[in-house]
Design a protein around this ligand. Sequence first.
Ligand code: KG4
Ligand code: ZN
Length: 356
Amino acid sequence: MSIQQLGQNELVAHEHSLILAIETSCDETSASVIRGGKHILSNVISSQIDIHERFGGVVPEIASRKHVETITLIIEQAVQQSGYKLKDMSAIAVTQGPGLVGALLVGIVAAKALAFALHIPLIGTHHIAGHIYANELVHELEYPCMALVVSGGHTELVLLESEGDFQVVGRTRDDAVGEAYDKVARALHLPYPGGPHIDRLAMEAASSITLPRAWLESDSYDFSFSGLKSAVLAVINQSRMKGLELDEAALARGFQESVIEVLVTKALRAVKHYGAKQLLLCGGVAANRGLRAVLTERCNGEGIPLLIPPGTLCTDNAAMIGAAAHLKLKHGLFSDLDLRADPGLSLEQWSIHNKQ
Ligand code: KG4
Ligand code: ZN
């Protein structure tokens, strides 16, 4: 990404800036207008879940095609609901990565066309920075802080020493937590995405089937969920082979308890180790009631301020992309019109202090 520096007057104006943000990294087409990086004027989200549900997961080609069909309308609605006009926008933000390359491309092409036609800056934005900065749409952040990112594609502990400065201190070595939820749900013949269904079953369960916890090395903040997923599949296969009735709710609860204990224990240890002033929970799995409850209780017990965005800001949406893009706007860091989709975009490289 190349950099354009704005003049001093324009830097001051960021508090009143209007960012039109676009998100198409997976199966949600979303557009949003954000004022001053913090105020949501509109956040229109069109989910494709009902289309992908019958395939048991996101089909990339179908996702791209659906984005193409809906993006123009979604952008129009977001601008209209904001009460402003396209000509009032200060910048266009778009998810550059990580995500499905074909899906990302649709948002990027739309964003480039708008930035070019309106003669305003383009801001390629990191999807996970968006999930983290969704918190800033509802809370004041204090640094250093620690983010626990739990989504369908990511499970990471991210340290923010200062605003827009990301350091990944732990990550999954195999499946992302949301992916593990979806795979376990699929094995139980539950609809896609499976996370909310496992969450509901776990809440209803009268008992729990104990499953292993993957702690890895004692000082590691990394995660691993593939062993747990295999253990769940083994329980399901054994009961089917023996012709026994499986207590699916107890299995869902056992799976959820194992996931939560590892996530919460490592997150709290990381908060203490790095002297973080707040713990931020974000990503689609942050909607999990069990995780929210245990994390809230443990953080209260240990006096750690915990921030969790409301449900609609936890799953993919463009408002969070606008919030993260505002960090770049403040510093006058913009993308060229030859911006490319980057499915493997690094969060650390996207940091404000890593100007390149
Ligand atoms: O952040 P997100 O919307 O998309 C990605 O960037 O991946 O996260 C989607 C993931 C899916 O795997 C879905 O099953 C999971 O979030 N999810 C949940 C819950 N709600 C959504 N997982 C567990 N419990 C939930 N209540
Ligand atoms: Zn996401």
